[in-house]
Design a protein around this ligand. Structure first.
Ligand code: GDP
Ligand code: MG
Length: 280
């Protein structure tokens, strides 16, 4: 079976065959040996950048209540590549936001879908994204985690019920609750209970576990995608060749039908011209 393993060819495939665009771009990304990649996805202002900073242990990504950027930010730390996305904003619902999140989703080995607990349940857009990630995980083995942030903003007695509601909305997702603020403060002030609420250590081990399998999963995905794309492109070519043959055949048929009538017309024209000349 033919396989596609050349970046330039894959870019052509992505352009010429929109149906295979995602798979071709994903495979093109898999050809480079980039470090295992973790991306944060989710809505704007849900604590994504803060979470990455807590995980990295450095104020690497801009944190703000206002939108900072519409493009993805990338940093390499501790042997991993981290992608921060601007996040989807219901108000501006920009195409840029969606494209940025699509790219991060495609490039990452592990996707952290972030939702701020104080925002209550997931909205429809978030639930749709999670369903998509769950499907991709089932198909390709690429993992995702649902990270519920800002747990410190929920009263202790309400935390369990909020988590239960959200679990019900994303039944197959692995869910972790965290607080970047509680974690950072717990560390700065040496308060173990705050650090425990922050739960960033647990998230770090989940990430390590997921990325330790990234190389094996990339290999498997590379082989599968290369075969799938190769097969589909071959099928498209067979179809295109068939169309071309059909067109050629129909053109020949048209000529075969038209030729006698055209030559009859020509003969008549010649005769008419002769008659006219004779008449002169
Ligand atoms: N109370 C609390 N606030 C947080 C926490 N994480 C982030 N925030 C705040 O939430 C707002 C948005 O954070 P940011 O990380 O920029 O969100 P992003 O737009 O999703 O990247 C900022 O005001 C942060 O200070 C947290 O764990 N607890
Ligand atoms: Mg941010």
């Amino acid at each position: 079976m033919s396989q596609v393993t050349d970046a330039a060819v894959l870019e052509r495939v992505a352009e010429e065959f929109p149906r295979h665009r995602d798979a071709a771009l994903r495979l093109a990304g898999l050809l480079d040996d980039t470090p295992p990649t973790v991306a944060v996805l989710g809505k704007y202002n849900h604590g994504k950048s803060s979470l990455l900073n807590a995980l990295i242990g450095e104020a690497c990504f801009a944190v703000s209540d206002k939108r900072q950027t519409r493009s993805n930010q990338v940093a390499e730390r501790a042997g991993l590549r981290w992608i921060d996305t601007p996040g989807l904003d219901a108000d501006s619902a920009g195409e840029d936001d969606r494209m940025a999140m699509e790219a991060a989703t495609r490039d990452a080995d592990l996707r952290l879908f972030v939702h701020a607990m104080d925002q209550g349940e997931l909205d429809r857009g978030e639930a749709e994204w999670l369903a998509r990630l769950a499907q991709e995980q089932a198909e390709s083995g690429r993992a995702f985690l649902l990270v519920l942030t800002r747990i410190d903003k929920i009263a202790a007695g309400d935390r369990k019920s909020v988590v239960e509601v959200i679990r019900g909305q994303a039944p197959t997702a692995r869910v972790l609750t965290v607080s970047s603020h509680a974690w950072t403060r717990g560390q700065d002030e040496d308060k173990p209970a705050l650090q425990a609420l922050g739960n960033i250590e647990a998230l770090k081990s989940e990430i390590q576990e997921a990325v330790s399998m990234a190389h094996a999963e990339r290999d498997a995905e590379r082989t599968r995608l290369a075969q799938d794309i190769g097969k589909s492109v071959e099928q498209e070519l067979v179809r295109a060749r068939f169309m071309l043959d059909t067109l050629k055949a129909s053109r020949e048929l048209t000529l075969a039908v038209l030729e006698p009538s055209i030559s009859m017309q020509l003969t008549r024209l010649k005769l008419e011209m002769m008659i006219e000349t004779i008449g002169d």
